[in-house]
Ligand binder design. Structure first.
Ligand code: NAD
Length: 294
C-alpha cells in the first residue's frame, strides 16, 4: 500500500527501507534534505511538506524527536492535518509525552483523523533488521488495521491500552534502560578498580541473574571506548524528563531516575550530549579516575 513517512533520522531511515523492501510505496518528508536524499536512493518518493505527504496517503507514520516536533508536524502549518482526508490513520512511532499523544489525538479526532501512539524499543540495529518491540496506545480497531504494517518494522506489537499507553510503556522502558546502564557502569567500575579484567567479569556474569540485554549491548561498547550513537544522551534526557513529569502528575516518585538524570545532565554539560547513552560509563570514569577498558 501507499504509506507516508515523516522523520528520516537514525530510526526513520531503516524503517522506511524495510517498508519499501516489503513492497510498499513510501512517500517521505524531513526538514533535512540529505536525509530525504538517502531514502530516495532506496526507492522512496520525496514530497515538499508533511501536508503534501498527507494529501497523497491514507496511512501516515511519524518518527520524530519529541512532543513539540510531533505537534508541529501534525497540527502545525503545512502539517498533516492540513492535508489529511477524514479516516486517515496517523501512527506516531516517536517517543513523546503521553499527555502530548492525548492532545494530538483530540486535534485529529476533530477532523475525523485517527491516531495511535506506537513508540519502539530496540534502537538502530533492530530498526535495520525489522525486529523492533512496538508498544501501542489507542483504539484497538485502528491497532488491528495497521498491525501487519507494524510487523514489517517490528518483531512484536502489543496493544497496551488507550491513547498515550504506548508512550507510558515506553517511559517505563526508558527508566529501566537508563538505570540498568548506570548499574552496569557502577559495578564494572568497582571490578575494574579492584583489578579484575572487565571482559572476564562480563563473561562470568552475563548468563546469571545480573545478565541483561543492556549489558550484552553496552559492555562491548564501553570496553572499547566506543560511544558513537545509537541512542543519544540528549534523547535519553528527553525521555527521563517526560518520565519525571509524568511521575509527578500521577504521584509516582522516581528517586533512582532522578539520580541518573543528574548523571546525564553532567555528561551533557561536559559536551557529551551526542554520545551514545552507554556514555553513562564516562560519568563513573570521571568520578573514579579510571577507565573501563579491555
Ligand atoms: P533523529 O534525531 O535521528 O531523527 C529525527 C528526524 O526528525 C530528523 O531527521 C529530523 O530532521 C526530523 N524532524 C525534526 N523535526 C521535523 C519536522 N518538523 N518535520 C520533518 N522532520 C522533522 O532521532 P531518532 O534517533 O531517529 O529518534 C526518533 C524517535 O525515536 C525519538 O523519539 C527517539 O527517542 C525514538 N527512539 C530512538 C531510538 C534510537 O536508538 N535512536 C530507539 C528507540 C526510540
Amino acid at each position: 500500500m501507499r504509506i507516508g513517512f515523516i522523520g528520516l533520522g537514525i530510526m526513520g531511515k531503516p524503517m522506511v527501507r524495510n517498508l519499501i523492501k516489503a513492497g510498499h510505496e513510501v512517500l517521505v518528508f524531513d526538514v533535512i534534505q540529505s536525509n530525504i536524499d538517502d531514502v530516495v536512493k532506496d526507492g522512496a518518493t520525496a514530497c515538499e511538506s508533511s501536508k503534501a505527504v498527507a494529501e497523497a496517503c491514507s496511512l501516515m507514520i511519524t518518527m520524530l524527536p519529541n512532543s513539540p516536533h510531533v505537534k508541529t508536524v501534525v497540527m502545525g502549518e503545512k502539517g498533516i492535518l492540513e492535508g489529511a482526508k477524514p479516516d486517515t490513520i496517523i501512527v506516531d512511532m516517536s517517543s513523546i509525552a503521553p499527555q502530548a499523544s492525548q492532545e494530538i489525538y483530540k486535534a485529529c479526532a476533530k477532523k475525523g483523523v485517527k491516531m495511535i501512539d506506537a513508540p519502539v524499543s530496540g534502537g538502530e540495529p533492530k530498526a535495520i533488521d525489522g525486529s523492533l518491540s512496538i508498544m501501542v496506545g489507542g483504539d484497538k480497531e485502528v491497532f488491528d488495521q495497521v498491525y501487519d504494517i507494524l510487523m514489517v518494522m517490528g518483531a512484536s506489537a502489543v496493544h497496551c491500552g488507550e491513547i498515550g499507553a504506548g508512550n507510558t510503556t515506553k517511559l517505563a522502558n526508558q527508566v529501566i534502560v537508563a538505570l540498568n546502564i548506570a548499574a552496569v557502569s557502577e559495578a564494572f567500575m568497582l571490578s575494574t578498580k579492584a583489578g579484575v579484567d572487565p571482559i572476564k567479569v562480563f563473561n562470568a556474569i552475563k548468563g546469571g541473574l545480573a545478565g541483561s540485554t543492556v549489558m550484552n549491548a553496552k559492555i562491548p561498547m564501553i570496553t572499547e571506548g566506543n560511544f558513537k550513537p545509537g541512542f543519544k544522551i540528549d534523547l535519553h534526557i528527553k525521555d527521563l524528563n517526560n518520565a519525571i513529569e509524568t511521575g509527578h502528575q500521577v504521584g509516582a516518585p522516581l528517586p533512582l531516575t532522578a539520580s541518573v538524570m543528574e548523571m546525564l545532565q553532567t555528561l551533557r554539560a561536559d559536551g557529551c550530549g551526542q554520545d551514545d547513552h552507554s556514555g553513562i560509563a564516562k560519568y563513573y570514569e570521571k568520578i573514579a579516575g579510571a577507565v573501563i577498558r579491555k
